[in-house]
Design a binder for this molecule. Sequence first.
Ligand SMILES: Nc1ncnc2c1ncn2[C@@H]1O[C@H](COP(=O)(O)OP(=O)(O)OP(=O)(O)O)[C@@H](O)[C@H]1O
Ligand SMILES: O=P(O)(O)OC[C@H]1O[C@](O)(CO)[C@@H](O)[C@@H]1O
Ligand SMILES: [Mg+2]
Length: 534
Amino acid sequence: MEAVGVAPAPLAAPVKKKLLDLEKPFPAAAAANGAKASPAGKWAMKKKLVGGDAGYVLEDVPHLTDYLPELPTFPNPLQDNPAYSVVKQYFVNPDDTVTQKIVVHKTSARGTNFRRAGPRQRVYFQSDEVNAAIVTCGGLCPGLNTVVRELVCGLYDMYGVTSVVGIEGGYKGFYSKNTIPLTPKSVNDIHKRGGTVLGTSRGGHDTAKIVDCLQDRGINQVYIIGGDGTQKGASVIYEEVRRRGLKCSVVGVPKTIDNDIAVIDKSFGFDTAVEEAQRAINAAHVEAESAENGIGVVKLMGRNSGFIAMYATLASRDVDCCLIPESPFYLEGKGGLLEFIERRLKDNGHMVIVVAEGAGQDLIAKSMNFVDTQDASGNKLLLDVGLWLSQKIKDHFKKKPYFPITLKYIDPTYMIRAVKSNASDNVYCTLLAHSALHGAMAGYTGFTVAPVNGRHAYIPFYRITEKQNKVVITDRMWARVLCSTNQPCFLSHEDVDNMKHDDDEHHLHNTQLLEGESSPMKNSAKCNGSAAGV
Ligand SMILES: Nc1ncnc2c1ncn2[C@@H]1O[C@H](COP(=O)(O)OP(=O)(O)OP(=O)(O)O)[C@@H](O)[C@H]1O
Ligand SMILES: O=P(O)(O)OC[C@H]1O[C@](O)(CO)[C@@H](O)[C@@H]1O
Ligand SMILES: [Mg+2]
């Protein structure tokens, strides 16, 4: 391949360039959660902000040439690939960016943009030079194997890369296990299985040892698939790689069943999990319908964010009450959950309650002697809200022998994330993998790839990790849930006002799954304990 020493094409006119803040350091993500940080210090991720007209800001991602300015480039081998040769404008225009805010007024500033993902005309790696590694970290999620498969096949088929290895068992696998060679043949049908063929783990992030491993093995592209914790880990790996001046692209692929990663449209596996949750809700409904005053309680995943519970509830229409971590509730007294259950049973003879595992944790902690415990990554271990709630309901009705109930508790939590990904998640995972490897081949580094408003983009790590995505209970989506279940919102007007303030902050920074419109809590008639319908 011919080598040409040029830096990536800069943003061209008509966007008026202004370097806003290139040297502003962003606090390093390391050191939290027991992770062992290396002395990245002053190399901590710097924001690369480029200003343009009408309030346009590009939050750019790092590039290998930021610290290795002499790197040569090569023509993208895709241009000789018969499958792609017919594609018109296959290569992404270097000026293309993806806007974070798509609902605008005519006077709105253009706001934050991210670099558009996709193949570039020139690449910074020759095919036979690439030594790629893939690792999966954190909890399971449908689609992990599909992402691994498509990274391997994409690197082989599109870029002629034949050296790809898997790191076994998450971050600690970098320094404690052997690597697994990955070929299109060895990964051919892994997408038909749940879990991850590479294995995964929590904890064990030791930045220096991980980067030593990259250096010793000559790994120059590393694909890190995992949730918010994993992306924080990837960020510090990038910083250390940069500090050592290594030609190694560090790429994050966001994974979380909880859909709690900020900025991105949604995470892969989420649709599959919501679909799988329907089976549990159906079962709970059948059981509840068939008994006198039958109650079905279903616990779903969602540590800090109730997206799975919210979407599973909306999809099912059999749910009478959905409880999520973002929306506090109480049991006893007027407007409480127990009063609502009693009324719904009197009206309908049965009911289904869906509860996200992170809901009501404060209430449970208050009702028992409890010491906070954490997993190996520093995540708080949750108390079993499903069991606790079921017991509270049973205790309540025990005091009313004239009101017999039958309660069935279904806990499918791990079942919804251990399944293989569905068809639409498979396609989504394929696009994510392709966007990731196009970015690495083009020399970008220190980024997470994901769709923002439907377009794949390269997002700097700090934007993904600075806060978690949560259900905004003053949004119309949550109002739809309240409308569909006709449950009380369990909040006072004062609570709502406080939350609206927090949510305004959230809207400045986040894109919601469907729409991010803040509504003036039009259904507040349902608050203060009144369960009036809408
Ligand atoms: N602040 C951090 N700095 C460096 N590494 C971290 C940090 N937080 C977490 N990690 C590492 O990232 C890996 C995964 O983290 P964690 O267990 O929190 O899961 P996750 O990626 O958030 O996925 P999920 O929560 O969706 O299962 C662990 O190996 C952990 O040590
Ligand atoms: O896999 P573990 O360690 O049991 O953790 C379970 C947690 O992982 C998740 O699936 C993803 O963060 C959460 O929904 C759940 O609380
Ligand atoms: Mg997490």
